[in-house]
Design a binder for this molecule. Structure first.
Ligand code: CA
Length: 233
């Protein structure tokens, strides 16, 4: 994955924000920023960022509330909180709301970059060299060629269908909510009230392609109230 990691900076203080942008750009990251809470939340929920650097004290909505909302909708979104001081309560609250880490202001540039790299290493693993995904019942997907093989049968997928399968496979240890698929695979920034039916239609199409019996799925499961889960080999 040679593409630059994208970092969203949500910080209202100009000097700190500008400093962060300069430092992160210098270290090879792509940055975007928001200056106040609601804008930061909206951008974060787009799912477009590999990491969100989130200040606590922000106009409109504080960093804790934002972190909580991000967690509800994008459980895997990496977040580092920028706490105003070495205030233990801030840190504990931030981490209990699901932040991956925190950096206390004033922070050293070296420390910040180290923390950012560490969180990205944990959460943004390099793409596997093997483009194949092995699923239950002997189905092998070739993610590059958008195809699958089982016994002597070859199955063709659209780019979107394969993207859905890849995302579900990357998170196969848990069910993935439809809203998360819409955000991560379709790139829809909407928060709610979006067409989750779009996801259901694609899942139904995928089942017709990969399930021996689409009416009783064995590979692409529905977990009631939680989302869809893909069963690997
Ligand atoms: Ca602030």
């Amino acid at each position: 994955m040679s593409e630059k990691a994208r970092i969203l900076i949500v910080e209202d203080e100009v000097a700190i924000r500008t400093g962060l942008i300069d430092v992160l750009t210098y270290h090879g990251f792509a940055t975007a920023f928001a200056q106040e809470g609601p804008e930061g939340l909206r951008m974060a929920l787009s799912g477009d960022y590999d990491l969100v650097l989130l200040d606590v004290m922000l106009p409109g909505m504080d960093g804790f509330a934002i972190c909580q909302r991000i967690r509800q909708q994008l459980p895997d979104q990496p977040v580092i909180m920028l706490t105003a001081k070495t205030d233990d309560e801030d840190i504990v609250q931030g981490l209990s709301l699901g932040a991956d880490d925190y950096v206390a202001k004033p922070f050293s540039v070296t420390q910040l970059v180290l923390r950012v790299r560490a969180v990205l290493r944990r959460t943004r693993p390099a793409e596997p060299a093997d483009p194949c995904i092995r699923l239950r019942d002997g189905l092998v997907l070739d993610t590059l060629n958008l195809s699958g093989v089982r016994d002597d049968e070859t199955i063709q997928f659209t780019r979107r269908e394969m993207a859905v399968l890849r995302y579900l496979h990357a998170h196969r240890e848990r069910p993935v909510p439809r809203e998360e698929l819409l955000s991560k695979v379709w790139g829809y920034a909407n928060e709610l009230a979006i067409e989750t039916r779009t996801v259901d239609i694609h899942i139904a199409k995928l089942r017709r392609k990969i399930e021996p019996d689409p009416k009783s799925p064995r590979l692409l499961l529905t977990v009631r109230g939680a989302g869809y889960r893909l069963v690997a080999d």
